[in-house]
Design a binder for this molecule. Sequence first.
Ligand SMILES: NC(=O)c1ccc[n+]([C@@H]2O[C@H](COP(=O)([O-])OP(=O)(O)OC[C@H]3O[C@@H](n4cnc5c(N)ncnc54)[C@H](O)[C@@H]3O)[C@@H](O)[C@H]2O)c1
Length: 246
Amino acid sequence: MKQVAIVTGGARGIGRACALDLARQGFDIALVDLLEEEMAATAADILALGRDVRTYQADVVLHGRACEIVRDVHSAFGQIDFLLNNAGQSQPKGILETTEDEFDRGMAINLKSCFNYIQHAAPIMLEQGRGRIVSMSSLNALSGGVTAAVSKFAYAAAKAGILGMTRALAKELGPTIAINAICPGVILTEVGTDVTARESEIVKGIALGRLGCADDVARLVTFLATSEPCFITGQTFVVDGFQFNV
Ligand SMILES: NC(=O)c1ccc[n+]([C@@H]2O[C@H](COP(=O)([O-])OP(=O)(O)OC[C@H]3O[C@@H](n4cnc5c(N)ncnc54)[C@H](O)[C@@H]3O)[C@@H](O)[C@H]2O)c1
């Protein structure tokens, strides 16, 4: 059976791994990202897996653009089975240094973006009588951050907002749509994170003895997108190898 997924922030990192894993499971993919070149490379890899792909260069904070993109995906593919709200950006800045504009932008990239794409995709899924949504939160939403030295309070707030929104929307959109959130711990992606220098120190506090990789998250995303029958919604899944020094 044909399946179609929208993946925001799918050009690189965790989003790219999720898009490729979904494509391997037979999904056609719509990628939304700011990065044109990286997105084209991911699209080429999806095509090489024998799946169809469309790319949309866009800023996920734009509500009107989200509406256009979701409509275009629907008219091109005829259905939308899965939405992955993955685009996000951490903000390593304390409350005393963060400007109002920076706070608003962080909330928009990490939280409003989810509202934008869910609001436009949900009516299509409700009409179809089926749909799955996953939004990428962060361990920061639960722990407040890996160290006190690098405050990410605005990021933590936005990512925690995703968890509340997910629970409320599970009630509002059930029984037709299942919606869940994932909180990755420290995940090394190909572009790297700010933790490489402190890797050995961080790993000491991870029960499974390593940092995560994008495929660790992608496996769970694919499970939540495809498991049948579905009896999981409104949940928060932590993928962190059990990090106990946070
Ligand atoms: N890597 C980690 O350790 C980690 C941990 C917890 C949560 N996360 C979350 O996982 C998601 C993916 O993270 P990643 O590590 O792969 O990051 P990344 O920076 O490698 O990838 C993020 C992707 O989102 C895109 N993006 C960012 N802002 C955008 C915008 N305004 N409009 C459109 N596209 C935008 C980027 O261009 C990029 O392709 C993010 O939501 C991040 O907050 C990551």
